[in-house]
Design a binder for this molecule. Sequence first.
Ligand code: AMP
Length: 143
Amino acid sequence: MSLTGTYDPQNIFAKIIRGEIPAVKVYEDDTVLSFMDVFPQSEGHTLVIPKSEARNLLDIAPDALQNLIVKTQLVAQAVNKALTPDGIRIAQFNGEPAGQTVFHIHFHIIPAYDSQSEAPHASGQMADTDKLKALAERIKAEL
Ligand code: AMP
């Protein structure tokens, strides 16, 4: 699949934006949506996506990208206040060989804890929805 291929409006994040499938939301405004990753690498793994269509960092409009990274900082600050991790990794993958599995651009906010090991990327270990909802409530309270 080419890095500069056509945007597929049937990708799973486009369906979440349209409300066709559920997500445990943390933050939403006219331009971005943030929700809990259902296959979290660590406790509090959160995603931030633009509502506009873009596959990756190479084809997103510059103004949408600027807004996306600022909103990622906003959510990361709330994750930090809510969960007090020892570190936070911000990750973003472009193209399948680079690790991208959903072709709607997103930033990962992955808390890192001295006391917890991290699951691998896209491990397929689905989190308990009630636990994700409880984490989302704690993060939302800091926004
Ligand atoms: P990437 O591999 O960078 O494209 O990241 C896609 C991320 O989306 C992975 O971390 C998946 O765990 C996550 N993911 C996939 N499907 C869903 C979903 N329905 N809701 C929330 N997160 C998802």
